[in-house]
Design a protein around this ligand. Structure first.
Ligand SMILES: [Zn+2]
Length: 415
């Protein structure tokens, strides 16, 4: 029987305090120290303007009229969860043929809707790795400005890729001469595309190093960008202080991306021993989406996924999970990335039980989605832990998250 870990939750997010003078207190049954894997009993957390200012135990606050106390005597607090691979503009239940006709503004509306859904599922931070037309950048800015409610977003602009590759759109006839907005061939063209994405607000960069499951006419295991192109993208992005994510299923593409210096390899399906050793040596994060295969193989056909793509998913499915087990065993850096959009947004936490089933401890799975993801984003001084000085991104779960016995609660409470 599959283990059930981390069934979130009640999302508590303190991004904008309405009254700057007021304090918010949270008391709970327990709180997880994710760094040390210890449960702290009866915590009282003080929050001032969205930041944790103190944590004490077995204390009651003295409240002023404006202060608020959130008392959760039966729940355990854990840091807000982080998913490093989502696509907020896409909906798996909408057939690809229909998506072809979607405008960028319509995609932005979808992304706003799914950002709220993702937050309510306990994911207070996500990295959106690729969207057309800067749509998710606009949603991110709307959330940051307090116009709409949703997860914190790190947004890559359009994904970079070669002409005809996984990050191009190969579903339209040649006479329409359509090219996806992130396509750039050659090192300098790729650098220009990085600069363009940054110009329009990207705070992460994503490129396609190999073919992929859901594109038309690409071989999933075959490399697409050359080393020189990948190196140019990484150098340019790092010079501007942005993390780089490489989509890579095939072994040679994974190795080349690691050698080029990417911060994370997405999917990482076909790992051999050398690729695992390289990831360890370079400290590269692997972001392995090992849950969504079940959704695609169960519902893909009814959602209109083409046979070509279902067939590629069958090739990847077990291999990727085997690779995950070997990478965990070898001690490679791992973050939590699910490719939300391949399965319905809001189900992100379903991947935790698979990560435990395929080799992680419960604590490691939670760390992948908290402190490790914060490190990847270079936000480990502010996000990923319940600690004084950190953002008060806190969620509450039933039961002990280290013992697999928590249960879902659909209630959500947004501050
Ligand atoms: Zn993806």
């Amino acid at each position: 029987m599959k283990k059930q870990l981390l069934c979130t939750s009640i999302a508590l997010l303190c991004l904008n305090s309405i009254n700057a003078q007021a304090l918010t207190y949270i008391s709970a049954k327990a709180m997880l120290d994710v760094e040390n894997g210890k449960l702290i009993q009866s915590p009282l957390i003080t929050i001032d303007n969205g930041v944790i200012t103190s944590i004490s135990q077995n204390k009651k606050p003295t409240l002023t009229k404006e202060d608020e106390l959130i008392n959760l005597p039966e729940l355990t607090l854990i840091p807000g969860l982080m998913d490093m691979h989502v696509h907020l503009t896409s909906d798996p239940t909408v057939p690809r043929s229909e998506r072809l006709g979607q405008s960028v503004p319509r995609m932005a509306v979808k992304a706003a809707y799914f950002a709220k859904k993702t937050l309510e599922a306990g994911f207070t931070t996500v990295r959106n790795v690729g969207a057309e037309g800067y749509s998710v950048i606009a949603v991110r800015d709307g959330i940051n400005a307090g116009d709409i409610v949703g997860s914190r977003i790190w947004a890559a602009g359009p994904s970079l890729g070669i002409t005809g590759g996984h990050c191009d759109n190969n579903r339209l006839p040649p006479e329409l001469k359509y090219t996806s907005s992130g396509v750039a061939d050659g090192p300098w063209a790729a650098r220009v595309k990085v600069r363009e994405n940054i110009k329009y607000g990207a705070n992460a960069i994503k490129f396609c190093a190999t073919g992929g499951v859901f594109s038309k006419g690409t071989k999933v295991g075959v490399q697409q960008y050359s080393f020189e192109e990948m190196k140019a993208i990484v150098d340019e992005a790092h010079m501007r202080d942005l993390p780089v994510a490489a989509h890579a299923h095939g072994t040679s593409g994974i190795k080349t991306a690691i050698k080029a210096g990417v911060d994370s390899v997405e999917h990482a399906s076909f790992l051999d021993d050398e690729a695992i050793a390289l990831a360890k040596k370079h400290g590269t994060w692997l972001s392995m989406d090992i849950y969504n295969t079940e959704y695609t193989l169960s519902f893909g056909e009814q959602n209109g996924v083409d046979e070509e793509n279902l067939n590629k998913e069958r090739q990847v499915s077990k291999k990727q999970r085997d690779s995950f087990s070997r990478a965990v065993k070898a001690g490679v850096n791992m973050v939590f990335g699910t490719d939300a959009a391949i399965y319905p947004h809001g189900d992100n936490a379903k991947q935790f039980s698979r990560m435990v089933e395929f080799g992680m401890t419960e604590l490691q799975a939670i760390q992948a989605s908290t402190i490790n993801s914060a490190k990847l984003l270079k936000m480990d001084g502010q996000l990923g832990q319940i600690k004084t000085g950190f953002a008060a991104d806190i969620i509450a779960v039933k039961g002990n998250p280290l013992k697999n016995n928590c249960s879902f609660s659909s209630r959500s409470h947004l501050l």
